[in-house]
Design a protein around this ligand. Sequence first.
Ligand SMILES: Nc1ncnc2c1ncn2[C@@H]1O[C@H](COP(=O)(O)OP(=O)(O)OP(=O)(O)O)[C@@H](O)[C@H]1O
Ligand SMILES: Nc1ncnc2c1ncn2[C@@H]1O[C@H](COP(=O)(O)OP(=O)(O)OP(=O)(O)O)[C@@H](O)[C@H]1O
Lengths: 228, 228
Amino acid sequence: KKQIGVIGLGIFGQNMVRSLASEKCELVAIEKEEQKANTVSEYISKVVQADASDEKILRQLDFHNFDVAVVTIGENLEASILITMILKNIGVKKVIAKANSSLHADVLMKVGADKIVFPERDEAEKLAKSLVSSNILDMINFADDYRMAEIVVSKKFTGKTLIDADIRHKFGLSVVAIRRKIPILNEDGETDFKEDLNINPMADDVLEEGDSLLIIGERNNIEKFKKL
Amino acid sequence: KKQIGVIGLGIFGQNMVRSLASEKCELVAIEKEEQKANTVSEYISKVVQADASDEKILRQLDFHNFDVAVVTIGENLEASILITMILKNIGVKKVIAKANSSLHADVLMKVGADKIVFPERDEAEKLAKSLVSSNILDMINFADDYRMAEIVVSKKFTGKTLIDADIRHKFGLSVVAIRRKIPILNEDGETDFKEDLNINPMADDVLEEGDSLLIIGERNNIEKFKKL
Ligand SMILES: Nc1ncnc2c1ncn2[C@@H]1O[C@H](COP(=O)(O)OP(=O)(O)OP(=O)(O)O)[C@@H](O)[C@H]1O
Ligand SMILES: Nc1ncnc2c1ncn2[C@@H]1O[C@H](COP(=O)(O)OP(=O)(O)OP(=O)(O)O)[C@@H](O)[C@H]1O
């Protein structure tokens, strides 16, 4: 299970917690203002009201062992930069930091952030792209009739090869990838799952129970396929 | 050519203009503060320093004939809502408005915005999804070796059917869609192009010069394919 730390519960932080709460991951959030800390209490139990620039607190909360930490502090550049540096210093594998300006983004990169999110720039670029449809993927996602979807394989197809399932022919859908969870033993000796993603599957690959398919096709065909 | 109006040149508006400037579209921007209006003068010629809540000015600039108008005003809710309403009233086909809070987003929807962008929420949800990889598409885009790419068809394949080109077999690439520009006569009697997107192409579809292919495959295979 992934361990994710969210620092700051402004709009960005709150939305991250809301989206992550329903996923298989361990979530810890740190927020210094009590009222904001309370906004997500229905989603996660581990919300700590504290100043995240205190290294002792980060270590107490086990942040140095986390897979990912997300610094969502925008207005206070100093705090955002300081906390990013502390997180890298104590050994967090991946530190993602939110920037509110390109200068802020530059500095965060220089002090070691592994990835920057800059919502006002990223969303503007994504919207611009979709308006001029120079990106087929945006066209597929915004074209009225075509969609990309991930659907769990119906029992009707388990045990069959992709070509026997004849999905493209029977449903007009293209299977772009097959996702499967493979049980493994993790380092604590417990059963865990690793994800196998078979992209451009072969015609003779066999579909197994629990597999999910990434498909492209017309929306009504996808709906029919889902109903199986 | 698409006519796009951008209202407000804050960070979001500036980034939209920068992304759209290199595309085939007619761009007009309105910004009330002179200094901000000047930030994009190297990208587009039509920047007007004015208050966009003045309907006369919007009509003078031909906004009522535009395909899309994007309202990027965040802090001033009143202006953002008022301008959105005016734009729908004068007949803009698609009005996209930026929101800075869910309340703001609700009101904008109620006064007629066709689409809302809410960067702090949208980017948080997108990041959360990519962290737990429950979206195969994010996995494809972030998986080290696999990519989705759009590539102009090499002369070697023009005139061949998809199955003769044998791309999946020879290059290990899946052709998900073929994009083609089809010359048409537009309402002014001029030659224009309309884009045809052939998703899940048939094996016997013929590849023509100028077509571009949306493909999925391993990065090195894509690079080899590009070099043809
Ligand atoms: N040192 C700190 N420790 C913990 N939380 C902090 C610290 N500094 C700021 N925060 C919290 O981080 C949150 C986000 O910070 P801020 O409001 O500065 O950024 P923002 O970019 O305006 O946020 P958003 O757009 O996500 O609402 C706030 O709720 C704030 O209280
Ligand atoms: N009535 C108006 N007419 C034209 N421009 C305006 C008007 N009101 C605000 N603007 C401009 O719109 C831009 C964006 O507005 P504002 O700063 O309120 O939003 P923001 O969400 O903070 O923006 P961003 O995050 O994109 O920088 C500013 O440059 C501002 O000067």
